[in-house]
Write a protein that binds this ligand. Sequence first.
Ligand code: PMP
Length: 455
Amino acid sequence: MLDRDNFLRAENTRHQFHPMTHPMMSAEHPPQIITHGDGCYVTDLDGNRLVDGVGGLWNVNVGHNRAEVKQAIVEQMDRISYYSSFSGSATAPSIELSAKVCEMAAEEEITKVMFSANGSDAVETALKLARQYWHLVGQPTRTKFLSLKQGYHGVHFGGLSVNGAPYYRNAYEPLLGGCFQIDSPWTYRNPYSEDPEELADAVITQIERTIQAQGSQTVAAFIAEPVQGAGGVIVPPASFWPKLRAVLDKYEVLLISDEVVTGFGRSGSMFGARGWGVKPDIMCLAKGISSGYVPLGATALNKRVADAWYKEFSETGIIMHGYTSTGHPVGCAAALACLDIVEQEDLPGNAAKMGARLLEGLKPLAERCSIVGEVRGKGLMVGLDMVSDKDARSPMDPGNGIVERIAGYAREEGAIVRPAGSVIILSPPLVIQEPEIDIIVDALTKACDRYDAEQ
Ligand code: PMP
């Protein structure tokens, strides 16, 4: 065993490119090797048992190492590990899971689901099906996509094109034409207003002007996250989503809710848009659907959109899209077990309750610590906005290593937290309870105090 551990330490970064980091950075700061997980805890190669404040990557919602999920995976593997969902064949779990997702999203009038393997796939599928929808209803000029700055929609070329942060895009351009990003309704940093209602109205006006300037007959869809996650946990004003839905309806533009993070409870309601009282036309799902046990993505269509495929048979309606892993039986079996847990244990309710405790516990840091500008969040999505100047609200330069340092200190106190640019993000498993919330709060408080004491 020790031989293997030593091999892992020595070879850690030799043959692997890691996402979202420079290979020279990973060589200099080798990634921590996680070996075990149980519930809200993980253990690293050195035997440290830590609270998983990141929930894998906002995805291990039911917690690590759940017997029910492992059993569902093994039972499915005992039957068959893989068969294709391309025309002519199907496997049982994908049939059951599509029915389950439609049942859970009945309020949104979701009637169809198309599976894939990741959130990026779910977004790509949504963008392509949105364009195809407009072909089917006789408006093929509707091809453009609108989205929000600071938005994150995965890494495929379509998703990147609607991504709201240039640093994800720059190395991979040129991307899709006809994609336009509008200012995010971000109360902490915006050029319009600190008043949430005024801000929501200002952004909605921009959206309307953009639709008008492009010509509404050319705009296919607007895609957004109900709470912007990777962009820094940006919670829009409560009126923003209802107003967004209204302006899109006015111009018949489809609303795609990217629920890859918020789907299945993370923001405190079963779906993020539901938390804002809004029914999207299309939802992108991944992460929490299978809690990361097996990769799985899903794109869910409401009746309005899905019915377009059933008007008449036409070549335009053939779905020339799909992946080898579409409807993967093991992924779908894992997801069915996870969604049972989500419902039985009321994980959206627990996320709302525990999220409030986490937010309240961390909020004092904005007063107490010299470099915490704002603590914000909804449900179990919480962000600490780290600043170099509190009055100017200037984001901390991620290059100076301070955000990483705070995360390192928190780790020494027993909690894994995620430095993402200038924001420290918390997204623990949705099964988390008070003692673990308090460990995270305590670890970050000590980490910030230690930083200030060192100045
Ligand atoms: N959309 C959103 C909102 C996401 O947060 C993410 C990933 N964090 C994605 C899409 C892409 O998902 P994946 O990494 O599984 O491709």
